[in-house]
Design a protein around this ligand. Sequence first.
Ligand SMILES: Cc1cc2nc3c(=O)[nH]c(=O)nc-3n(C[C@H](O)[C@H](O)[C@H](O)COP(=O)(O)OP(=O)(O)OC[C@H]3O[C@@H](n4cnc5c(N)ncnc54)[C@H](O)[C@@H]3O)c2cc1C
Length: 350
Amino acid sequence: MSGNAHDILVVGGGLAGTLVALSLLERGQRVALVDEYRAASASRVAAGLLTPIGGRRLTRVGPLERMLPTARRIYRKVERQRGRAFFREVDTLRLCRNEEEAGHYRRRRADPDYRPYLDTPIHGTEDRPEAYFIRGGGILDTEAFLEAAGAVIASRGVRQEARLEPGDVRVDREGVEWEGLRADRVVFCEGYRVRENPWFHWLPLTPVKGEMVGGHLQGEVPDQPVNRKVTLVPCGGEAFLLGSTFDRHHPDELPTEAGRRELLAHLPALLGGMPEATVTRHRAGIRPAPTDHRPMAGCHPEEPRVAVLNGLGARGALIGPYYAERLAAHLVAGEELPEEADIARFRERA
Ligand SMILES: Cc1cc2nc3c(=O)[nH]c(=O)nc-3n(C[C@H](O)[C@H](O)[C@H](O)COP(=O)(O)OP(=O)(O)OC[C@H]3O[C@@H](n4cnc5c(N)ncnc54)[C@H](O)[C@@H]3O)c2cc1C
């Protein structure tokens, strides 16, 4: 053990930073986390869906067989630690939009890597599917999770609310230091704001704005998420969330009337009729979207005391726990990072 008060300083308390801090604590590390609270951070705006297969082309994300169990284990553990429920395992009902999507469904169903997650149609046929379940996912109430996990981190280490200027972190032979807080290493998990970080501004991320509305529906809210381009997420009783939009041209966190209209226009197709909807919540956030669609983890090529976890894109709730765990194993036990996430692939840009 070094003479520093902490083993690792984590910067950012969204899904990435919170999950890294939890994984480091599991490995017996002394952790300090510094986060500037923002109601509009992607992690707080997110619907929290874990969907193993998604997008227009029904693509699967990475090593699902390891990701899904890791996510379940970590979310359930924090639920037990705090005596609160915020994670629900549930399948998503996918409504097929057109012949192109039906073609993707047929191809994927023939692929053994996809088949366990794509069920037989409940409406239509295998050849012409109209509605089917995507199996194995869940819904995470991200705000409740961040609050509960933040309390766990505070009880076992330090959790401080502050903005940390990355350029103010000093790195020397013994470790890193920020405002009197000393640690052996620092891990930056700043979401899209990593672009202002002097060590990692070269990571190729695109900020992708997303809007989300929520409120109450009169009548029946389905029991499970329903997806048809956007997703209706049941939140208990008549409460729902509906999201989200994708906008690469306006990297701000301001909800817009156009975004609200775009989302609400999907409700009749999702519910099979025009429901009475009362909107009580409308938020926007910015996803840290990697240009090669793969997460980003690892140490700075010239400064091994400085590490990063970012690039969780549109799927932080699903892929975050696994890559946070892998980064912790790399930092603490020297284990290899999964190749698809290792920032060594961008070495020439640094
Ligand atoms: C509308 C919308 C819907 C989404 N829906 C889903 C979904 O259903 N399922 C899913 O899996 N994903 C979803 N996502 C994506 C998900 O939100 C992201 O993958 C994830 O939240 C990214 O987490 P992060 O911790 O990297 O970044 P962020 O959430 O941006 O967190 C970064 C944190 O670091 C803090 N920070 C930054 N810089 C500093 C600094 N210098 N000092 C101190 N603190 C700092 C920020 O204030 C923030 O708290 C959605 C995103 C949006 C916008």
